[in-house]
Design a protein around this ligand. Structure first.
Ligand code: NAI
Ligand code: A1CAB
Length: 274
């Protein structure tokens, strides 16, 4: 029988994971989700017949085997306190956090020294089963629990473990936050060609399919580096060379490096803050 899985918070991330899970065949009747936002819960309940919704977090986790903590990091402590008050021992539950910037030790502190804690860093492509999730657990977490957390996230995409907790912050920069970078890049491209005269629908279609095709091509040619794949497109004296040179002149790589370092720095700051 499938596990009872409870989500605390029904936002972007929980919504993405629970949709993926149910679309993969996990019975909606065995998925529980709580939020303060009733219209959000009602929309999910209308989409997934049988889904259990709650405005009381403690009720949501009462019979859960797995609890996915999916609220904003700054709310995590306030959300965990009543959970612990209602269920002083969380030993019978595997806790999976998707929150950025809250370390395992801090989560344990919030949850009365709950041992079974796995930290994950998914991304929004989980919504369509194309997610990438980094996972981290320390030596106190059993193989069974590691496997359960990984299986949960595999329902919505690919997964990979990181060996150190600091590595999870690099996963945030490389993957958790990354959809935003790609969307920004695509948006800038769309706006540029629209400004030059391509209609909006075509601009979106060409940019989007170029992005999909490029990432699938890269995935199909793992023996080639991104630099080599760039060279494949770039004819000497041709059009791409002009665009590539413009990016180099503007130090695109330096800007990207700075953005990712700032992303990690914010995660480290959050680890101290929350
Ligand atoms: N959005 C993303 O791309 C990613 C987000 N994350 C992490 O996922 C977590 C959630 O982020 P999002 O889903 O983007 O945020 P969100 O704002 O979309 O969702 C959070 C939900 O929590 C609800 N909430 C607020 N207070 C609550 C309470 N006391 N009890 C129950 N629910 C409550 C809100 O109403 C909201 O629906 C964060 O910790 C974030 O670091 C991780 C990876 C990617
Ligand atoms: O922006 C954030 O803090 C979260 C973590 C990764 C994506 N969204």
């Amino acid at each position: 029988m499938s596990q009872q899985i409870a989500f605390i918070g029904a936002g972007n991330m929980a919504g993405a994971i629970l949709k993926g899970l149910i679309q993969q065949g996990h019975p909606a009747q065995q998925v529980h989700v709580s939020d303060l936002d009733e219209p959000k819960l009602n929309a999910l309940a209308a989409e997934f017949t049988g889904l259990n919704t709650y405005t009381d977090n403690a009720a949501c986790i009462a019979n859960a085997d797995v609890v996915v903590l999916a609220v904003k990091p700054q709310l995590m402590a306030a959300v965990c306190e009543p959970l612990l008050a209602a269920q002083p021992s969380l030993a019978n539950k595997l806790i999976v956090s998707v929150a950025a910037g809250i370390k395992v030790a801090r989560l344990r502190e919030m949850l009365g020294n709950a041992q079974r804690v796995v930290r994950t860093m998914p991304n929004t492509p989980c919504l369509i089963g194309q997610g990438m999730t980094g996972l981290y657990a320390d030596e106190q977490v059993s193989e069974t629990d590691r496997n359960a957390a990984q299986t949960l996230m595999q329902a919505v995409g690919k997964t990979a473990w990181v060996e150190s907790e600091a590595g999870l912050n690099h996963v945030i920069a490389a993957s958790g936050s990354a959809p935003a970078y790609f969307f920004m890049f695509m948006d800038a491209m769309q706006k540029s060609v629209e400004a030059m005269g391509l209609d909006a629908v075509s601009a979106r279609q060409f940019v989007q399919q170029a992005a999909i095709g490029s990432s699938q091509l890269a995935a199909s040619q793992m023996d080639k580096s991104f630099t080599e794949l760039t060279a494949q497109v770039t004819s000497k004296g041709g059009t791409t060379a002009e665009a590539v040179a413009t990016f180099k002149d503007g130090d695109l790589a330096g800007l990207v490096d700075q953005a990712l370092r700032n992303c990690v720095a914010r995660a480290e700051q959050m680890e101290k803050q929350f």
